[in-house]
Design a binder for this molecule. Sequence first.
Ligand SMILES: *[C@@H]1O[C@H](CO)[C@@H](O)[C@H](O)[C@H]1NC(C)=O
Ligand SMILES: *[C@@H]1O[C@H](CO)[C@@H](O)[C@H](O)[C@H]1NC(C)=O
Ligand SMILES: *[C@@H]1O[C@H](CO)[C@@H](O)[C@H](O)[C@H]1NC(C)=O
Ligand SMILES: *[C@@H]1O[C@H](CO)[C@@H](O)[C@H](O)[C@H]1NC(C)=O
Length: 440
Amino acid sequence: RLQKTLLWIFILASIATVLSLDNGLMRTPPMGWMAWERYRCDIDCVSDPKNCISEALFIDMADRLAEDGWRELGYDHIMIDDCWTAMLRDEEGRLQPDPLRFPGGMLKLAQYVHDRGLKLGIYADIGKFTCMGYPGTTLDKIQIDAQTFANWTIDYLKFDGCYSSTDEQEKGYPLMSKALNATGRPIGYSCSWPAYQGGLPPKINYTFLGEICNAWRNYDDIQDSWDSVLGIVDWFFNNQDHLQPAAGPGRWNDPDMLIIGNFGLSLDQSRSQMALWAIMAAPLIMSNDLRTISSSSRNILQNKVLIGISQDPLGFQGRRLLKEKSQIEIFWRPLSHAASALVFFSRRSDMPYRYQTSLARLNYTTGSYKVLDVFTGETASFPSHTTEFTVSINPSGVVMWYVCPTSRWMHHEKEEGRRWKNRISSPKHHRLNTGSRMFL
Ligand SMILES: *[C@@H]1O[C@H](CO)[C@@H](O)[C@H](O)[C@H]1NC(C)=O
Ligand SMILES: *[C@@H]1O[C@H](CO)[C@@H](O)[C@H](O)[C@H]1NC(C)=O
Ligand SMILES: *[C@@H]1O[C@H](CO)[C@@H](O)[C@H](O)[C@H]1NC(C)=O
Ligand SMILES: *[C@@H]1O[C@H](CO)[C@@H](O)[C@H](O)[C@H]1NC(C)=O
């Protein structure tokens, strides 16, 4: 067992030496807010002024990120998606924002965002058109568009792949990477390439992708439903042998936006999305209405321990360890300081399930451990890795732990303990695991 774990650490450590795009960006998964899932291509600013894709929307959300505690937690990107441009390029062949919806222009919007300590992301598409039919960035336009974005002081580009051929993608994604670099402005680069080619080797060479992109969409767009979240989770963990080694500092798999705070997820399902996205070392990019978000959704998204796990500096993507017949699944992510995160996830639809196991059965090495329940803030001590415990997992919910060898816990008590006390989100909506052995 020890050997197996050591082997794992060796494998993971050797992955960390794989090259990533050399722009110094996204050493941890990017965090922020993106318009697409919630606001789509709503361009009707006459009858829906609060929700249409316009500078007013991004100004509203920038204000919320800056004033409601998001930025301090790491949510520092605000990202424009499709439908921001005018239908035609300008006389010099440059993309231009829709003049009615972005009357101040992009440079001014970027300044507004930067003045609030945030970064601005923008969207383009390697094909003839964007997915919604706006002007695309064909091969001949890559340089001018990269320079336009740099001139606007843009910080992040999502480069989509609608209306493009395999050949254009093969040429265009590396070309844009070079063009962004040539501007001299560090611009985070998110590539949708794999999502258009099935997301798996041999069609996708993740080693290469990590050398030219900071992040990439591997799979389908997320929708506002639990079915959609489950479909994404299944695809990513069923293919973890291909995907997990691809991730690391500066190079991330992107299972798409967080839909927490919208309409499709219950509170337990919202905790599940957040927990599994942190296990996957996924970008934490919300698409919701920060102006009206409920405090219960906000507490999940602002959970400091969970964000700490997501942003662990080692940048190892986690894995699914077990799929039980009882429809309990267990996920694990190794973290710095010999710590790890565990997620117990229930796919059941009956009642809270009492799952019994021990750390030894999850292949933890000999020793004593302390755990912190990420959502309740409770801690427990296991004198031995063989200590049996029971967790109570709600239907479509999770229990998530931060796990640490007892000898290393002191380190956290000292260095992070005080911070962590404030990090734990409101104890009002937790599921107390009363009756379970671990919290006796
Ligand atoms: C461009 O690439 C070079 C070489 O990989 C790197 O040193 C430099 O930091 C990059 N610059 C930007 C702005 O990304
Ligand atoms: C970017 O700005 C430079 C300096 O002002 C200018 O010469 C260049 O034409 C601009 N490029 C684009 C594509 O806007
Ligand atoms: C994948 O890309 C890497 C880095 O560019 C390259 O060294 C390797 O040969 C490629 N693998 C395959 C199977 O093409
Ligand atoms: C633990 O290790 C054994 C032996 O290598 C392996 O067969 C088993 O799948 C592992 N269990 C888990 C939960 O990872």
